[in-house]
Design a protein around this ligand. Structure first.
Ligand code: E4P
Length: 276
């Protein structure tokens, strides 16, 4: 499974790439807002164009998803072309992110515009990451329209299930891949047959493998390392992971304990080997 960093923060991106485990970057308007406001608050004066170029250059040949902001086929198609024409020449690594349905209200005339934009842009050779996927059938439709990646939002499904259960919750906390179960093993809650975010990812992977779709399942909206592991176990092609979660991947108290013992046990003769 490839690892992408889900961030537009240049410091985080540079740091994560230095660890040698990052294969790409995903951004969205909210991540760009957070990162760019931080840059401005630090007093740095850099244009959005130049800021995005820095991200693309840091990625090298790793793919970077940049999202459109329009809510109609016409806007998204023209923005997708603009993003690709303007930024792909920097490092040949732009993937245009299109929502599966851009409509801001149910039953709007625009709800199929995501599919139309995916079809138009992918036919023009522009790689597409279809975002805001919450069902396997949305993923399937996006793949059929020509998306190169689909992004099921695992964490947001878990948030929805926990919210529907009632009560407060911490969205970074682990939510079981098998979902919440009653004592008889029956699901306590689901969203249209989806028991957890990882279950959604698994459904997308199963369908894509069964029908041999040429489209990668990019597990998104991930909240903790265990969820990342479970996405790998169900066969996700990619996991896009926030910086804080990538950072936590190497942590285990027994690793620290082991290091303390190894360091305490170094005999002078062994240390001397490294002194020359
Ligand atoms: C990635 O492409 C998504 O935009 C992102 O993973 C969303 O994550 P969030 O649900 O934590 O905002």
């Amino acid at each position: 499974m490839k690892i992408f960093i889900d961030s537009a923060d240049i410091g985080q991106i540079q740091e994560a790439f230095s660890w040698g485990i990052v294969d790409g970057i995903t951004t969205n308007p909210s991540l760009i807002k957070k990162a760019y406001e931080k840059v401005k608050a630090s007093g740095e004066n850099i244009s959005m164009h130049d800021y995005l170029c820095q991200i693309l250059e840091t990625a090298g040949d790793a793919p970077v998803s940049l999202e459109v902001i329009g809510t109609s086929e016409r806007e998204m198609t023209s923005e997708g072309r603009y993003l690709y024409d303007t930024f792909n020449k920097v490092a040949s690594n732009v993937v245009v992110k299109i929502p599966i349905s851009p409509s801001l209200e149910a039953n709007s005339d625009h709800r199929y515009d995501g599919l139309k934009a995916i079809r138009t842009l992918s036919s023009a050779g522009i790689p597409i990451n279809c975002t805001l996927i919450f069902t396997a059938e949305q993923a399937w439709a996006a793949a059929k329209a020509g998306a190169a990646f689909v992004s099921p939002f695992a964490g947001r499904i878990d948030d929805l299930l926990r919210k529907n259960m009632g009560g407060a919750f911490d969205k970074t906390e682990y939510f079981p891949a098998e979902g919440l179960r009653n004592s008889d093993g029956a699901p306590r809650i689901d969203d249209n047959g989806v028991h957890s975010g990882v279950h959604l990812v698994e459904q997308c992977v199963d369908i894509f493998q069964t029908f041999d779709f040429d489209c990668e399942v990019l597990a998104a909206s991930l909240r903790n390392p265990r969820q990342v592991r479970e996405c790998a176990l169900v066969g996700a092609d990619v996991a896009t992971i926030p910086f804080a979660v990538i950072r936590d991947i190497v942590d285990h108290p027994k690793t620290v304990e082991g290091m303390n013992t190894f360091c305490a046990d170094v005999v002078p003769e062994y240390r001397a080997l490294f002194d020359s």
